[in-house]
Design a protein around this ligand. Structure first.
Ligand code: ZN
Length: 207
């Protein structure tokens, strides 16, 4: 098997999270350096840290939490497309540079370039694009920004469009250096009971 391409940012206390959300921290309960027999630590974090999958319960009353979403959207044939889009704009179907010939689509925008510095003017996804992809059988859409909706959109139009099509999402991916093309995606969420999202370790295998 060929090398896996890691498309997840490092998770650390420096990882930029949504303004107001809980940043990642890790506390040592035991430490070899202190003479304990093991290193043992606990973490505290928003579940939307780094590369993550939203659950429908994040944005819809009665939506499924992450432990109840089917896993199949998060593994399999995937197309990566590079989109030329100004910051703060929503990606429309006409912005796609190529056909979508896989059931999973990752969009590389380059509009959130530093996972340790939160910029609010990242590009996002239009509900029109979600409808367009849903009609073509796409089951997952991923993006290299913190949200599929613009920073200031409280209506969450793209998230709500995901719900209409039962489409999964991935946010916070790092696609720097990933060449547009066909891959196998693996990005499984953790089975956290009742949770509104889960971090994923997202990776691509060239096909
Ligand atoms: Zn989201």
């Amino acid at each position: 098997m060929s090398e896996l391409i890691d498309i997840s940012p490092v998770i650390s206390p420096r990882t930029a999270v949504w303004p107001g959300d809980r940043a990642f921290s890790r506390e040592m309960a035991l430490a070899l350096g202190n003479g304990d027999n093991i290193d043992l630590s606990a973490i505290h974090t928003t579940v939307h840290v780094g590369a993550h999958a939203d659950a429908p319960s994040h944005y819809a009353p009665g939506g499924k939490p992450i432990d109840q979403v089917p896993l199949k959207a998060y593994y399999g044939s995937c197309r990566v497309l590079e989109v030329t889009i100004p910051r703060d704009h929503r990606i429309m179907p006409r912005h796609l540079p190529d056909e979508v010939d896989a059931p999973r689509l990752l969009l590389k925008t380059g509009t959130f370039p530093d996972s340790e510095r939160f910029n609010t003017d990242f590009a996002s996804i239009s509900p029109e694009l979600v409808d367009f992809l849903g009609e073509r059988g796409v089951v997952l859409i991923g993006i290299d920004t913190p949200s599929v909706d613009p920073f200031a959109d409280e209506e969450l139009l793209a998230h709500r469009a995901l719900l209409r099509h039962s489409m999964a999402n991935l946010e916070g991916l790092v696609l720097t250096g990933v060449i547009a093309g066909r891959y196998t995606l693996i990005a499984l969420p953790l089975r956290i009971e009742g949770a509104d999202a889960s971090p994923v370790r997202a990776a691509l295998a060239p096909r």
